[in-house]
Design a protein around this ligand. Structure first.
Ligand code: NOJ
Length: 593
């Protein structure tokens, strides 16, 4: 054979092999196929605080519907709404008294139908909150259940007859006495509530209860909703012999963490597989676990497609960073270490590197504002650090869950007085600390950073007295920075955090091979100031540079050659040789040659 022919054959083989490897790589990178919910950006709306249409100071569905053009203008695809079902509101809707009715303050079922159809008209999908670890003590099931020991609904809940003595300790998160059991004299029994006594836990071991839940989910899917975010779903399964859990066991098996003990008990996966068979597999919908108590070792069991359970889950390791151990959400005075932050998000990325699909978030209704917690809300850094955090969320692998108002750079309200708080969590902890003679001032100082109400203040539409949220008296105070931080001002400013967020969302869509599906690799892991990583689709590679330091920092390219900057919050990168000089809170996604 002539030399030239040999060369041709070798070259062809090489081209075929490289095509195959690209094809293979692209296929693998989608982790079981492209899906709308992998490519989507989710925008979470806390309906109580978005837009009030009737002047009662509480956001509602008609208000929300009137603002759908704004939501659409962001470029997001899915709206996740916190619970809107009938509820006495002990925990702002996470205590449901009727799963088939709309909360009175939020409107009617007709308002819901209009809202859903207006969302769908705009190509927006709706993910509802599914709260089925517990319901309200005002739900008919519970009214029946507590009425007598022989009532047919008795076994819809977990009861402990008092003649057996006191049940073994279980925590009740929102209770002043810290106990997850409440004595009910009517039947001389205790019932279990992992949250407040107004939120009795449902008994998933009862097949009748499971059928009720599945039927209810089917009714909502038939109405056209596009998915569920499942509240503390790993908690539905627990050891119902309720053994005493020793400190030693808790420490050794569950890292001293009750939420790990309380989660993922016997039966969890069979319940979720049953739910998949009976409900979710029948529709093209998205399911998301609030992965309370899950770990890197257990999360895959919820989302491995082969197991036919859920699509995605979110973890708590990231948002738990920086708190002092053993204290209720007290920040370490030294803040958090960026190296630990990078480690957590990189390790979680690797959990879903081959299969399953991850999520990414920095804020939600259970968290303070991301700007205050993870960025810098000082006036001179607000815009840059908001944009930096948005760049992180929109350039990681995994579906971004973006919390409403973060696109404006909303920050914590930092209440001084306990009287300003409305959240059952803060009030419960305050009561506990007070009863134990603890340091209340220290607690209140800590809450300025960590309280959930910081993330629940009314959305800021304009600079008017109640920020355009309501004409009445808002249920929770409006942040004074509405004077400058609001939609109206942000719309007029091409450099606003709002317009930057829109650009980022568009960029993620335009470059989805690399920004959604591309492989993630952490660079320079020990750099204390810069979070740098690669995203690589096999045919395209980008470098994401995020400077978390308020004094700026440097990054060494180590021979990497940069190309076009796809987005940059502070103007072009300053590069000299291999050294990039990053400005305070600079963020950039730059192509690599
Ligand atoms: C998790 C929810 O996100 C939170 O807001 C609520 O308080 C608890 N679950 C109880 O439902």
């Amino acid at each position: 054979m002539k030399c030239f022919q040999v060369y041709l054959i070798v070259a062809c083989v090489a081209v075929i092999a490289s095509c195959q490897s690209t094809v293979k790589q692209t296929k693998d990178m989608t982790n079981g196929g492209r899906k709308w919910w992998k490519e989507a950006v989710v925008y979470q709306i806390y309906p109580r605080s978005f837009k009030d249409s009737n002047g009662d100071g509480v956001g509602d569905l008609s208000g929300l519907t009137s603002k759908l053009d704004y939501v659409k203008s962001l470029g997001v695809d899915i709206i996740w709404l916190n619970p809107i079902y009938a509820s006495p509101n002990a925990d702002n809707g996470y205590d449901i008294s009727n799963y088939d009715e709309i909360m009175k303050e939020f409107g009617s079922m007709a308002d819901f139908d209009t809202m859903l159809s207006e969302m769908h008209k705009r190509g927006l999908k709706l993910v509802m909150d599914l709260v089925v670890n517990h319901c309200s003590d005002e739900h008919e099931w519970f009214r029946q259940s507590r009425s007598s020991r022989t009532n047919p609904y008795r076994d819809y809940f977990h009861w402990w007859p008092a003649e057996k003595g006191k049940p073994a300790f279980r925590p009740g998160s929102f209770e002043v006495d810290g106990s997850g059991w409440r004595y009910d004299s009517l039947t001389n029994s205790y019932y279990l509530h992992y949250f407040s006594y107004k939120q009795p836990d449902l008994n998933w071991e009862n097949p009748k209860l499971r059928q009720e839940i599945f039927a209810m989910m089917n009714r909502w899917f038939k109405k056209g909703v596009d998915g569920f975010r499942m509240d503390v779903i790993p908690f539905i399964a627990k050891d119902t012999t309720f053994p005493v859990v020793t400190e030693k066991e808790l420490k050794e098996k569950y890292n001293g963490d009750w939420s790990q003990y309380m989660a993922s008990g016997p039966g969890l996966h069979s319940y979720l597989q049953e739910m998949n068979r009976e409900v979710t597999s029948k529709y093209d919908v998205m399911t998301l676990a609030e992965g309370a108590g899950t770990t890197k070792a257990t999360a895959m069991n919820l989302v491995d497609p082969a197991r036919k359970e859920l699509d995605m889950s979110y973890h708590f390791e990231g948002v738990s960073l920086g708190y002092l151990p053993g204290e209720f959400k007290q920040m370490d005075p030294n803040g958090y270490k960026l190296t630990e932050f990078k480690k957590i998000y990189s390790e979680w990325d690797s959990v879903f590197a081959e299969k399953g699909w991850g999520t990414i978030y920095l804020g939600n209704h259970d968290q303070p504002r991301m700007l205050t917690r993870w960025g810098n809300d000082a006036p001179e850094f607000r815009v840059a650090s908001s944009k930096l955090l948005s760049t992180f969320l929109l350039s990681m692998r995994g579906t971004p869950f973006y919390y409403f108002g973060d696109e404006l750079g909303m920050s914590n309200i930092k209440f001084d007085k306990i009287e300003d708080y409305k959240d059952i969590e803060t009030l419960g902890m305050y009561g506990q600390i007070k009863n134990n003679g603890g340091d209340l001032q220290r607690f209140l100082n800590g809450q300025k950073i960590s309280a959930r109400d910081n993330g629940r203040t009314p959305f800021q539409w304009d600079a008017s007295v109640y920020a355009g949220f309501t004409t009445g008296d808002p249920w929770l105070k409006v942040n004074d920075n509405k004077a400058t931080v609001n939609v109206e001002a942000a719309e007029k400013d091409p450099q606003s955090t709002l317009n930057y967020f829109r650009k980022l969302v568009q960029l993620r869509k335009d470059r989805k091979d690399v920004l959604v599906y591309g492989k993630y690799t952490l660079l320079d892991k020990d750099n204390p100031d810069v979070y740098a990583y690669l995203r690589d689709s096999g045919t395209e590679k980008v470098l994401v540079l995020l400077c978390f330091n308020k004094n700026g920092a440097t990054f060494d390219l180590k021979g990497m050659k940069t190309g076009a900057e796809w987005i940059n919050n502070l103007g072009p990168l300053k590069i000299s040789g291999d050294q990039v000089q990053l400005q305070p809170y600079q963020a950039c996604i730059v192509q690599l040659k």
